[in-house]
Design a protein around this ligand. Structure first.
Ligand SMILES: C[S@@+](CC[C@H](N)C(=O)[O-])C[C@H]1O[C@@H](n2cnc3c(N)ncnc32)[C@H](O)[C@@H]1O
Length: 415
């Protein structure tokens, strides 16, 4: 059955690039708007939609674009800021002010009429940006801060355009679990998947072009604003008060992919991170985080004994422990903690769902050594144990060239 599923780029973040605001910033673990639209298309109008793992707020923007109400929850403060800015309605006045200020910024930078902002404290900064690009970005950052007021819609638009320039001018490629950098010369090797496709030879004018793109796409306002809130979806009491008709989300996958890895350049430039340790601390808070200190904390992690995990998971964890003499135990802790966290989420989220609410978790399975972790099956069993009915997993697509890795829509009804 599975053999027919192809790698379908249209069902990944790549599809969002040319879809208005969905193309503002690219996050590799974001899912395709197509998946969300397909789920919503057969349902009635005027629903309330919940996404407990917002990322770049794809779900909420899709839902409000179709006229529904929607709320996204996210634990990373940068993504909360970005999601809010992405789903907001912008008035013409804000768009025109941003355009005018953008022109002043570009002039200020060209004439070097501003003291450059400090170099962001990201490790190996010289590998991320060539010296002239770094200089251009520092001047642009300083001009944005001098010309616009903090925490206003205008500043948000300028900052999003700046984030695009940050990645557009960087040498980084996120083509695998680790970040790689081009060696010399201006062009990225075509085999590498850059975080943001950019072939611009120099920095000058880059910000103005990015701002044009942001303003053009911000012009198309959704019929009403969606909401994005900061919170931990393992315990939603206190920040999700209403009850929702449908939940559509892509939670973290148990595949050791840290969101913070790809978000670091933005987070350092916009000062969500001021030192390296904070990145690990933030990742430890997120489900499935493994960055920096998060990995060393996993070595000492022990299950809380309160989670209802399927009994066959124990055998799988034992196989992972024996599969790798060096890091088997660490990986088993990682997987165990992941499912324990997801169990707390499933238990907690029921209070935010109306009776009869449909839930959709878009999630991938994973493999450690030779041990395949059937994430979709474990989700189905955990949803059943948490009080959901009719839980099932449908294969959506093949994930990459590795055999046996797929993405699934795990759905169920809360009764
Ligand atoms: C796979 S991404 C979601 C991508 C999203 N569907 C999109 O299209 O951009 C999962 C998100 O869950 C967030 N996350 C991880 N743990 C969380 C938690 N405990 N509560 C809320 N959000 C969390 C991560 O920061 C990440 O942004």
């Amino acid at each position: 059955m599975r053999r027919q599923h192809k790698q379908r780029a249209d069902l990944t973040f790549k599809h969002n690039k040319n879809n208005g605001r969905h193309g503002w910033l690219r996050l590799t673990p974001a899912y395709s708007i197509k998946i969300v639209h397909q789920i919503l298309q057969d349902l009635s109008a005027d629903l309330s939609v919940l996404d407990p793992f917002s990322g770049t707020a794809t779900t909420t923007l899709c839902a409000v674009e179709r006229g529904h109400k929607a709320l996204s929850v996210e634990i990373n403060p940068f993504l909360v800021w970005f999601g809010k800015a992405k789903v907001r309605q912008y008035c013409l006045h804000a768009l025109e002010s941003a355009k005018r200020i953008g022109q002043t910024i570009e002039r200020t930078v060209q004439a070097r009429q501003v003291e450059p902002a400090p170099t962001p404290p990201i490790a190996n900064v010289e590998r991320w940006w060539d010296a002239d690009h770094l200089d251009y970005l520092r001047l642009t950052r300083a001009a944005i801060e001098a010309q616009s007021d903090k925490e206003t819609p205008v500043r948000d638009l300028l900052d999003i355009a700046f984030c695009r320039s940050v990645i557009g001018l960087s040498n980084a490629a996120f083509n695998h679990q680790s970040v790689s950098f081009k060696d010399t010369g201006r062009r990225k090797p075509s085999s590498q998947l850059s975080l943001w496709d950019c072939q611009e030879p120099d920095g000058d004018g880059r910000f103005a072009r990015d701002l044009d793109f942001i303003l053009e796409t911000a012009r198309k306002n959704p019929p009403h604003s969606g909401r994005v809130v900061f919170g931990d979806s393992r315990n939603i009491a206190g920040f999700v008060e209403d009850q929702y008709d449908i939940l559509i989300t892509s939670p973290p996958y148990p595949n050791r992919m840290s969101y913070i890895r790809e978000l670091r350049p933005y987070m350092y430039w916009l000062r969500y991170l001021t030192e390296a340790r904070q990145a690990g601390e933030l990742d430890w808070e997120a489900i499935g985080g493994t960055w920096g200190i998060a990995t060393s904390r996993l070595s000492d992690w022990r299950p809380d004994g309160r989670s209802l995990l399927p009994s066959y998971l124990e055998d799988l964890l034992d196989s992972v422990v024996t599969g790798g003499p060096k890091s088997g135990q660490l990986l088993a802790n990682y997987i165990h903690k992941y499912f324990e966290d997801m169990w707390h989420h499933f238990q907690s989220i029921t209070r935010a769902l109306r009776s009869g609410a449909e839930v959709h978790y878009i999630v991938g399975n994973s493999k450690f050594y030779d041990v395949l972790i059937p994430v979709e099956r474990i989700y189905v069993d955990m949803l059943g144990a948490a009080g959901f009915k009719h839980a099932k997993a449908q294969t959506i697509r093949k994930r990459n060239s590795k055999k046996e890795l797929f993405e699934f829509d795990v759905s169920a009804i809360y009764e």
